[in-house]
Ligand binder design. Structure first.
Ligand SMILES: [Zn+2]
Length: 295
């Protein structure tokens, strides 16, 4: 199966999984590999681009209880097109001691090309950490019916693996990875310098990963947020992707508030590539401060 048809198939799966009006309707610009390297203490980190989703602004994903005009006003204020909402799909690579750790694997778009740009071969990755099991985070685990990262242990929370096994839409992926999966209870160390953090609401076992080296920290907050514009301007607006919407909204507001206080560097896999920056307070809501970390 070609990479393109593989991607199209995964997008169809994704559309069934998250919402009828989602990824399958997205316009798909050509997926370009990108890799952005930077240092975190003594660790080498690389943000990896996988895909770009351009979704119609029709109140079926963002602002479920609001009109497209209200969403358009937020997009317009941020200088973005008002008829679409664009989400990047990215992953994060951490070289930690002798381990090469990949956090999330994209939908099966340009990730392999992005890894090549970073000088990493798929069989060198020995640890994969999943924030959750939606197809835009686990789609890259399998290519042409085979494990894309044959030497990697695949870690996720216990609750997320339980959820994944009940989800028929991802059954082919679950079957292929079963022997590679190891689960954890959120809150502890999952790899050298990396701790899992429960971030509830998006899926039953959704977690983030906090990477620490010396005094420096980077927090991959997974799908706590989706749009760098809407999720921050209106964290209390329902998003179709969130499984438990009230819990996700509460977690989003709480996490964003604590990130303003801690001024902690974050990675958000759906923010504009490379998705690395800071959350700032703005009035009664938040705004994105993308930071350009140099190589
Ligand atoms: Zn996602």
């Amino acid at each position: 199966m070609s990479r393109f048809s593989s991607l199209a198939k995964l997008l169809t799966v994704a559309s069934c999984l998250v919402c009828v009006h989602t990824l399958a309707q997205a316009q798909m610009p050509q997926q370009q590999p990108q890799a952005k390297s930077f240092k975190l203490g003594s660790l080498d980190i690389v943000a990896l681009h996988d895909a770009q989703f351009v979704q119609p602004n029709d109140s079926k994903i963002f602002g479920l209880d609001h009109s497209p005009a209200e969403v358009a006003a937020l997009l317009s204020a941020a200088g973005a097109p008002t008829d679409t909402v664009t989400l990047s799909v990215d992953a994060l690579l951490v070289r930690s001691g002798k381990h090469i750790v990949l956090i999330d694997t994209g939908v099966g778009g340009a990730l392999q090309g992005s890894l090549e740009k970073a000088g990493v071969k798929p069989d060198q990755i020995d640890e994969i950490l999943l924030t959750h099991t939606h197809p835009d985070h686990i789609g890259g685990l399998v290519i042409d019916g085979k494990l894309a990262f044959p030497n990697a242990t695949i870690r996720m929370s216990e609750a997320e693996w339980k959820f994944a096994k009940t989800n028929e839409k991802i059954a082919p992926i679950v079957k292929l990875i079963t022997n590679k999966v190891k689960t954890f209870t959120p809150g502890g160390s999952v790899a050298p310098g990396i701790t899992s953090v429960s971030l509830p609401g998006h899926t039953p076992g959704h977690v983030g990963y906090r990477i620490t080296s010396g005094k420096e920290r980077l927090f991959d907050i997974g799908d706590t947020v989706h749009s760098s514009i809407i999720s921050l301007a209106k964290p209390d607006w329902a998003v179709s992707f969130d499984g438990d919407k009230p819990e996700a909204e509460a977690n989003r507001s709480k996490t964003l508030s604590s990130l303003v206080k801690s001024h902690e560097l974050i990675f958000a896999p759906h923010f504009p590539f490379p998705g690395v920056g800071y959350i700032q307070a703005e009035g009664d809501h938040f705004k994105w401060d993308p930071t350009e970390k140099a190589d």
